[in-house]
Ligand binder design. Structure first.
Ligand SMILES: [Fe+2]
Ligand SMILES: [Fe+2]
Length: 186
């Protein structure tokens, strides 16, 4: 299988799709994060013309966060940052099988937090690209949140303006009515 076949096989796998149920960073699911990382790993190595094993790069990148639980709750083994690479490796071996290189990619992607050191070009690329994508996903989310907040502020200002316009119009109407009534009396 080439890297495109491997990509399609994994992203269409029913168990892998369980990642859609879990949030990784901001409002990005683990599923979308893994796809972002895999695609970015490929474009990164192509841009820098690094000769890599694309099949392993895609597979290791897609499966690097294959831990299959919600890391925001406390009902999982140990500290997530340290433990999830080992859990992802175990799940990936059971469901897809891994080469030694792919195992190292998954185990070391949290380096320097992990004890495992990136030993292959593919592992170093994944380690860097994962951090880049994680930061980008978090920053984008914050930017969207800021924009929503700004929109809310604009809407609030508009509604205050509309309310004051209405009050001014009512006042003018009241003055006109009062003037008419007074002129009739006088
Ligand atoms: Fe991770
Ligand atoms: Fe990740």
């Amino acid at each position: 299988m080439n890297n495109i076949d491997i990509f399609n096989k994994i992203v269409n796998d029913e168990r892998f799709k369980e990642e859609m149920n879990y949030i990784q960073h901001g409002d990005v699911s683990v599923y979308n994060h893994s796809i972002n990382v895999a695609k970015s790993c490929i474009s990164f190595s192509k841009k820098l013309r690094i000769k890599v094993n694309y099949e392993s790069l895609v597979k290791g990148a897609l499966l690097h966060d294959y831990f299959l639980y919600d890391w925001h709750d406390n009902e999982h083994e140990g500290l997530h940052a340290f433990e999830h690479p080992k859990i992802a490796r175990r799940n990936a071996i059971n469901d897809f099988g891994l080469s030694k290189k792919e195992e190292n990619m998954i185990l070391s992607h949290m380096f320097p937090l992990s004890k495992s050191i990136p030993r292959y070009k593919e592992s170093i690329i994944l380690c860097c690209v994962d951090k880049y994508c994680a930061s980008k996903e978090t920053i984008t989310r914050n930017k969207i949140a800021r924009e929503i907040n700004d929109n809310k502020k604009i809407k609030f200002k508009r509604s205050i303006f509309n309310l004051s316009q209405l009050l001014i119009n009512l006042n003018i109407l009241a003055i006109i009515l009062a003037t008419n009534v007074l002129s009739n009396i006088i």
